[in-house]
Design a protein around this ligand. Structure first.
Ligand SMILES: [Zn+2]
Length: 268
């Protein structure tokens, strides 16, 4: 009897266990495929968001390579300009001696002085370009990337404004020329008591390389969402001056966001 009770007891508890196991099994059976499916759908959906990361990595690598190439080419240019300075100095000293001996005119000496000043200017300019090489490359790269989508976008009405996550575009109606840049510079100087931070003025060798037309534009190193950037955008809009303000940055670099004053660059 006790055996049967035990047996029955065992069976009852065993049955309870079977029940619980069955419930678990059912739950597992129902939930697992759903979970697996969910996992599957997230892993399946992943390649899409992963694409921009690859795109950004590619952009960053291109940035680093372009910056290094550009800096190397500027270093070569600087070396040749410095040689020119040395030559101009030697020539000027010679002409000063010849002038002292009454062999050449004062005009000849003045010509030598001008040649030396021009050579020195080229050295200074190249050094400035080397200092802002990172900003120039980043701005140009951001614009080259934007140009792809701008080329596909619909033409904008004069005076209209377009805002996307990456940029703000204003199609100003005023006839803008780079020779008007002083107006923008003066506004900024008067307002903020410091010069407009221009990273790129007109066409540079980096634009030539990427076949971007930047002849009639300048890039200002200001974030469009900052106080100074906002003030500049308001000034440009109230004067009908077209601009493209970029929020995008290149990952792994401190550069990228800037304000392009002028019509968008196009590939030629
Ligand atoms: Zn630009």
């Amino acid at each position: 009897m006790t055996d049967s009770v035990n047996y029955a007891g065992w069976t009852r508890s065993r049955m309870r266990m079977v029940h619980v196991t069955l419930i678990f099994a059912t739950l597992l059976f129902v939930c697992l495929p759903a979970a697996a499916q969910k996992k599957k759908s997230t892993t399946k959906a992943k390649p899409a968001p992963a694409k921009p990361v690859d795109e950004l990595t590619r952009l960053r690598n291109e940035f680093i390579k372009a910056t290094n190439d550009y800096k190397a080419s500027l270093e070569k240019l600087l070396a040749s300009y410095e040689k020119n300075v040395a030559k101009a100095e030697t020539r000027l000293n010679q002409s000063r001696e010849l002038f002292a001996q009454g062999l050449i005119s004062k005009n000849d000496v003045a010509a030598g002085e001008r040649a030396l000043a021009e050579s020195n200017d080229k050295v200074t300019e190249t050094k400035l370009r080397m200092n802002s090489a990172d900003a120039q490359i980043a701005d140009t790269l951001v614009e080259a990337e934007a140009e792809k989508s701008l080329a596909k976008s619909k033409p904008m009405a004069k005076g209209s404004l377009l805002k996307t996550a990456a940029y703000i575009r204003y199609n100003g109606g005023a006839s803008w020329a780079l020779s008007d840049a002083w107006k923008v510079q003066r506004f900024f100087l008067d307002t903020f008591k410091k010069p407009l931070p221009i990273a790129v003025f007109g066409q540079g060798s980096i634009h030539d390389r990427w076949r971007l037309d930047h002849h009639n534009a300048m890039d200002v190193s200001l974030h469009p969402d900052g106080a100074e950037g906002q003030a500049l955008l308001n000034f440009l809009r109230s004067n009908g001056i077209p601009f493209l303000a970029f929020r995008a940055a290149i990952p792994g670099t401190a550069t990228g966001p800037h304000i392009h004053v002028g019509r968008p660059s196009h590939r030629y």
